[in-house]
Write a protein that binds this ligand. Sequence first.
Ligand code: GAP
Length: 457
Amino acid sequence: MAADADPTPTAASLPSSGEPVARMDEIVSLCARRGFVWQSSEIYGGINGFWDYGPLGVELKNNLKALWWQRVVRERDDVEGLDSSIIAHPRTWEASGHVEHFSDPLVDCRACKKRLRADQLDDAGPCPARQGTSEHDWTPARNFNLMLRTRIGAQEDAASEAFLRAETCQSIFLDMKRVRESARQKIPFGIAQIGKAFRNEINPRNFTFRSREFEQAELEFFVHPSERERWFEHWLAQRLAFHRELGFRAERLRVRPHRPEELAHYARAASDIEFLFPFGWQEIEGVHDRGDWDLRRHSEYSGKDLSVTDEETKERYTPMVIETSAGVDRTCLALLCNAYAEEKLPDGETRAVLRLPPRLAPVQVAVLPLAKKLAEPATQLAAALRRRLAVFYDEAGNIGRRYRRQDEIGTPFCVTFDFESVGDGQVTVRERDSMAQQRIATDALAGYLRERLEGGG
Ligand code: GAP
């Protein structure tokens, strides 16, 4: 892919507002009821900030990750993949600045003991413990480090203490030299990784939006210092194009450059890609110019030189890093909020429909025999399609109800096997969005569906 791609839209060139479509309670209820996502450890009363992805949720998430990997790694010859361990050497987090800087301001109410992030006091509600006033009695804010700690091995001393990674990118910096040499890459090039990250968030909230365990899809792209601005613009444009490909409408997507006082300790410049959730505009991805902060600090702390030499000019320098850091869970949540709609149909009924991009839908095609008598040939058809597509077979209930069940989980195509199918070798394909139906020969069906799914329509 060419390095000098499209001009990057800015906050100014994108609409600043739009109407949220879905309500959060509808999304949360759909997710639990239909098996997308629910709170972890439900039978023990749940555990705050942790989530389980069910049969449909894991498919949606895997499809999203596969598309990201395809676009960011496979389609480029200047990006390599990595799957590093979740626990890195504890010095990593001293060098990265997380031990010192990765904290949020925390306050406690002296009366009711409620604990909140100091910048989220609007969430507090009235204090139940004070007489004559509903106001809380907050302590001054103090810093609370968000790194989750664990121990390694049988010892219980300070030397055994380690951290669950707070971002997936740090191991990319530790492994940069080995990846570059083993993959015979030259600057500019990037390393990408998808994986779990952990943050001891003070107030997990808004469903999966702010969790304590979540997944990131990150790319660290190493460039010559003279090229950082160009690559920052390039990657911001690439990432915006990706979000548009996910079907996020322009009025629900915007870029918000960080003000200098907002910048993370490692960042020289940053822009958030924000989506308009039912609870307002929020970040789903950050694009950061991290400068040489990480490589320089890891060189210093490890004693290993992480600079590179330009083979032509013989210049020795520490590469600058342009980072794109997307939240997989947040993007899944944005996909669900963006896709959910309730529609009035001509017959007066209402249907709930998830207009997910077809290639991301957890079920791509549902095979539905019109009557139980047709189960045998319909099952055979489903089995044949299953080799190439994500198929769900359903023979329970009337056909209208079965269509509604598929609409609600975003299945782009329903294939109905009826009595005529036995004789003419054709089935009815019903499309989720238009609800249009057409007859297709069963031997052409897999090809037809693949084409429609890959083409996005
Ligand atoms: N390596 C840079 C980094 O981690 P970040 O802005 O802190 O930057 C990047 O996080 C992305 O990770 C965010 O845009 C968001 O999508 C996701 N993320 C961060 N904290 C999260 C949380 N508590 N729950 C879910 N996703 C989170």
